[in-house]
Write a protein that binds this ligand. Structure first.
Ligand SMILES: [Zn+2]
Ligand SMILES: [Zn+2]
Length: 348
C-alpha cells in the first residue's frame, strides 16, 4: 500500500481519482505513507526473524525499501494535476486500508471459522478481483450509469421524480433499499437460473472460504450487469442525491459485511436485514440451500418469492459442486468464455 501511495504521488494524473484529489488532506496522507512504510519495514524484519518462511518478510522489506528510494512520503506533487484517463489506484488503496482495518480485527475477534486465518487459500485471487474492480472504478461507474440513461429515458416523468425527491431523506433511503434490492433480487436469481449467466456468477460462488475479501470475487460482467440493472429503477424514480449517496455507502459496506467471517448474533434483526449468517447460506454447498437468499438487504423479498432459508445454525461448507472453477484472476476472467464442457455446476 505504501509503495502504491508513493506511485500515486509520482503519477497523480493517471493513478488517482480527480474527485478524491480535491478532498485529500496531504499532511495526513503523507503521515499515513510514512507510518505505512515504517510499519512494513519493522514487521518485515520481525517476520524474517520469527518465521520459518521468509518470503513474506522479505517482500515487506523490499517493497518499503523501493518506496523509500522513490522518495517515500516526501515526493512533491506537480500541480496543477492534469485531468486524464486514469485508474483509481488511490481508490483501491483507501478501500483496502479502511476495510482491512475494520474487518481483519473483527474477523479475528468474532470468527465463524477461527482456524481460517487472514491469508487463507484463494486470498491472492480475491485481492486481484478487489484491485481490478477498484482500479477500473471510472469504467465501472460509467457502465453502471449509462444503460439507464440510454435505454430508460422514455420512462422518466419529471412530475413523479419531483414528488419522489421531495420526500423526507430517511423515507427515500428506505425506498431506495427496497427498490434496488427488488431489482437486484431478480437479476441475481437470473444469474443463478440461466446457464449462460451462471457461468459468470459461478465465479462468485467458487470460493470455498468466506470472509470480507471473498465478497470481491465477482466477474466484471456480473458486477456491471447487476449494478446497471439495479440502478435503472433509481434513475427512473429520480431520488435526491443525498439519500442516493447514503445508499451507495451503505450497499458497499453491507455487501462486504454479509460475506465476513463473523459470528455476530443479530437476534430478531436477522429476519429484517441481511446478515453474514443469511448470506453465508446463499454460498452454502449444502442441498437445502440451493438457490436461496438472493436478497442483499431485505430477507422479506426472499420470503415473498419463496427462496428464504435461515435455519437456527450456520452452514458447514461453501462453494459449488462439480468440476472446480479455476483459481487465479485471469483464469476466472476468461472462464465464462471458454468452451463449455459437458457439465453443469449449481451452488450445491
Ligand atoms: Zn449468488
Ligand atoms: Zn456473495
Amino acid at each position: 500500500m505504501g509503495l502504491g501511495a508513493v506511485l500515486c504521488l509520482w503519477f497523480p494524473a493517471v493513478l488517482t481519482t480527480p474527485e478524491l484529489r480535491e478532498i485529500y488532506d496531504m499532511a495526513l496522507i503523507r503521515a499515513l505513507i510514512k507510518l505505512g512504510l515504517l510499519t512494513a519495514f519493522l514487521l518485515g524484519v520481525a517476520s524474517l526473524l520469527l518465521k520459518r518462511r521468509k518470503a513474506l518478510g522479505l517482500t515487506g522489506i523490499a517493497l518499503s525499501g523501493v518506496a523509500t528510494l522513490l522518495g517515500g512520503s516526501q515526493v512533491e506533487v506537480a500541480t496543477p494535476v492534469a485531468r486524464s484517463s486514469h485508474v483509481g489506484l488511490d481508490w483501491f488503496l483507501l478501500n483496502l486500508l479502511i476495510l482491512a482495518t475494520v474487518f481483519v480485527p473483527l474477523e479475528q475477534l468474532l470468527a465463524r471459522w477461527p482456524a481460517q486465518g487472514v491469508l487463507r487459500p484463494g486470498w491472492r485471487t480475491d485481492l486481484a478481483h478487489f484491485a481490478v474492480s477498484h482500479l477500473l472504478v471510472q469504467v465501472t461507474v460509467l457502465l453502471t450509469m449509462a444503460p439507464a440513461a440510454l435505454l430508460f429515458r422514455w420512462a422518466v416523468s419529471p412530475a413523479i421524480q419531483g414528488r419522489v425527491a421531495a420526500q423526507p431523506a430517511a423515507l427515500q433511503f428506505v425506498a431506495i433499499l427496497c427498490v434496488a434490492d427488488l431489482a437486484q433480487y431478480w437479476v441475481h436469481r437470473a444469474f443463478h437460473r440461466v446457464p449462460a449467466l451462471w457461468r459468470f456468477h459461478e465465479i462468485h460462488h467458487s470460493s470455498p472460504a468466506l470472509d470480507w475479501l471473498a465478497s470481491s470475487r465477482l466477474h466484471l460482467v456480473d458486477i456491471v450487469v447487476t449494478r446497471a440493472l439495479s440502478f435503472v429503477p433509481l434513475y427512473v424514480l429520480g431520488f435526491a442525491p443525498g439519500p442516493t449517496y447514503a445508499y451507495l455507502v451503505f450497499v458497499s459496506f453491507q455487501t462486504i459485511f454479509i460475506h465476513a467471517n463473523v459470528r455476530l448474533a443479530f437476534g430478531p434483526l436477522r429476519w429484517v436485514i441481511a446478515t453474514p449468517e443469511y448470506h453465508h447460506w446463499h454460498h452454502s454447498a449444502q442441498d437445502e440451500a440451493v438457490d436461496k437468499n438472493f436478497a442483499v438487504h431485505l430477507p422479506v423479498i426472499d420470503r415473498l418469492f419463496g427462496t428464504f432459508h435461515l435455519p437456527p445454525r450456520w452452514p458447514e461448507r461453501y462453494g459449488v459442486t462439480g468440476a472446480p472453477v479455476p483459481d487465479g484472476y485471469l483464469a476466472q476472467l476468461t472462464y465464462p468464455f471458454r468452451t463449455r464442457r459437458s457439465r453443469a455446476t449449481r451452488p450445491a
